[in-house]
Design a binder for this molecule. Structure first.
Ligand code: ADP
Ligand code: 5GP
Length: 203
């Protein structure tokens, strides 16, 4: 073997792994699995003004904040991006993102198309974006109805928004159909593993 190879593995910059889907297509499930099964990946916890669903915990699913606190965070420039989705506000806190990337930790962002677009604009070299598609609108409806805390009104407003979200899938680097969960997860993990090895990240 040649003896001119590097003595140390060069550190790489983390990937900003941005995942979007119409609500109910399974991105939270897929992101949580990625964080628990793949070492070196952490979730960006967003702030939101929407109330917690049954089973959701403050600080691990979202930072649940009041309208006033959210506005204060905007005024203090604490968000990398923020957007209004279904009458509620959601934002990605700046804190810790850059430090994690420099340390070579990948950060997963569960954001809508507005957030994905903003992050790609701010950090084009770091962002890898994936759109999760449901197998059909009928299955999307079933998944929304099966989610804890679902009401007829919340299901209908998410279904109404799904068409708008799906129109944007062409803006993403990758698209995955979440029919079988294990298959979709294997595909998602494979994308992250491949993107980790891009030569430009080893800088
Ligand atoms: P999102 O974060 O995109 O709104 P969730 O991850 O909350 O969606 O998933 C919505 C519901 O669908 C959850 O109850 C979840 O367990 C279920 N689900 C996710 N993926 C699948 C799948 N491949 N097959 C069947 N049910 C799924
Ligand atoms: P939910 O209320 O179902 O958890 O999320 C509704 C939508 O808001 C989802 O599409 C989710 O990806 C998006 N979202 C969650 N956090 C953020 C964020 O910080 N920024 C943006 N732009 N969208 C977010």
């Amino acid at each position: 073997m040649s003896n001119d190879r590097p003595q140390k593995v060069r550190p790489r910059r983390g990937v900003m792994f941005v995942i979007s889907s119409p609500s109910g297509a399974g991105k939270t499930t897929l992101c949580r699995r990625l964080i628990s099964e793949v070492p070196g990946v952490q979730l960006s916890i967003s702030a939101t003004t929407r109330p917690a669903r049954p089973g959701e915990a403050d600080g691990s699913d979202y930072h649940f904040v009041s309208q006033d606190r959210f506005q204060e965070m905007i005024d203090r420039d604490e968000f990398l991006e923020w957007a209004q989705v279904f009458k509620n506000y959601y934002g990605t806190p700046r804190s810790e993102v850059e430090a994690r990337l420099v340390a070579g930790t990948d950060v997963v962002f569960d954001v809508d198309w507005q957030g994905a677009r903003a992050l790609k604009t701010i950090r084009p070299g770091d962002v890898v974006s994936v759109f999760i598609l449901p197998p059909s609108l009928a299955q999307l409806k079933q998944r929304l109805e099966g989610r804890p805390g679902a009401s007829e009104k919340s299901v209908q407003s998410r279904l109404d928004g799904a068409g708008q979200d799906i129109l944007r899938w062409g803006e993403y680097d990758y698209a995955i159909v979440n029919d079988n969960l294990d298959t979709a997860f294997t595909e998602l993990r494979a994308i992250l593993m491949t993107e980790r090895n891009r030569r430009v990240r080893a800088s």
